[in-house]
Design a protein around this ligand. Structure first.
Ligand SMILES: Nc1ncnc2c1ncn2[C@@H]1O[C@H](COP(=O)(O)OP(=O)(O)OP(=O)(O)O)[C@@H](O)[C@H]1O
Length: 277
């Protein structure tokens, strides 16, 4: 792959200044994909990385609520969009541009345009990680994404339940089809500890790790089910803000560290492949 002159760019182009682009997907809706994306982004930032978060869940853009800022972004010199900065993370979302309860109704080309603008027209600046929160399910947005920018890899979030895992397998298959490496799987809402200390298994803890093993994919970690995680999201103060030492968000920090490690590993591998060829 050499440099082919300065004509119209063909295929995906890296974003200048952005080291790793990691998409977070799920298969099934409601498994906590956005909660994981937001908390991982904040955790990576607390770990010292420069982090951006692109809300590509255009049909249900919950990132602004979870990040606690819903104001419109500024548009600066010509068509550049300034991302919102909250909790040390730069983010952008259609929820900021079309707020309220209006559903986004759009056709494929418009969707593709929005994803492209969010990648290329936003002033992301220097980032170690750009985390992309995908819509649940398979499809359009991922294709727009991979046509625009090379992805370092993806993270697939699931609960341990058979139905969630059934859909998670489809997400794995989709990433395989579009040639996106899967960094690994995360089990969300894995276990719940009652105030009495009793541990309840709501969704079938361990199912995600078994599925990851079946597919030969790393398991990046589990996040407990905890009302404080839900409250943090609803209030715009995600639990990861409590920091590395807090037991409350240990799962998110463990996952964030794994994501960082795997992203670097995969990026290093693809660089060495290019050197050899
Ligand atoms: N570990 C957790 N413990 C408690 N509540 C959680 C946890 N993870 C997510 N939730 C809650 O579950 C609900 C769904 O989470 P979230 O919106 O992150 O899911 P999602 O998979 O992104 O959904 P969709 O993509 O369908 O919009 C939210 O109310 C969220 O606060």
């Amino acid at each position: 792959m050499g440099h082919m002159g300065h004509g119209a760019p063909q295929g995906p182009q890296p974003l200048p200044g952005v080291a790793y682009v990691v998409a977070v997907g799920s298969g099934k809706g409601g498994v906590g994909k956005t909660t994981v994306a937001v908390n991982i982004a904040i955790a990576l930032s607390k770990l010292g990385y420069k982090v951006g978060l692109l809300d590509a869940d255009i049909y249900g853009p919950n990132v602004p609520t979870m990040m606690g800022v819903t104001r419109q972004p500024n548009v600066v010199n010509e068509n550049r969009i300034e991302p919102i900065v909250a909790h040390g993370v730069k983010f952008i979302s259609v929820g900021l541009i079309s707020p309220g309860d209006k559903p986004m109704v759009m056709r494929g080309p418009m969707l593709h345009q929005i994803i492209r603008q969010f990648l290329q027209q936003v002033e992301w600046g220097e980032l170690d990680f750009l985390i992309v929160d995908l819509p649940p399910g398979t499809g359009d947005v991922v294709i727009s994404l991979v046509q625009t920018v090379p992805l370092t890899g993806s993270v697939v979030v699931s609960t341990g339940s058979s139905v969630a895992l059934q859909d998670a397998r489809k997400a794995l298959e989709m990433f395989h089809q579009v040639k996106v490496d899967v960094l690994g799987m995360v089990e969300n809402m894995s276990q719940m500890t009652l105030p009495s200390g009793e541990v309840i298994d709501v969704f079938g803890a361990g199912g995600t790790e078994r599925t990851a093993a079946q597919f030969g994919i790393p398991f990046l970690g589990a996040v407990d089910m905890d009302p404080q995680i839900r409250e943090g999201g609803d209030k715009g103060l995600p639990v990861a803000l409590a920091g590395l030492e807090s037991k409350l968000c240990k799962g998110f920090y463990d996952v964030a560290k794994q994501v960082a490690e795997r992203a670097k590993e995969i990026a290093a591998k693809s660089e060495s492949v290019i050197e050899i060829s």
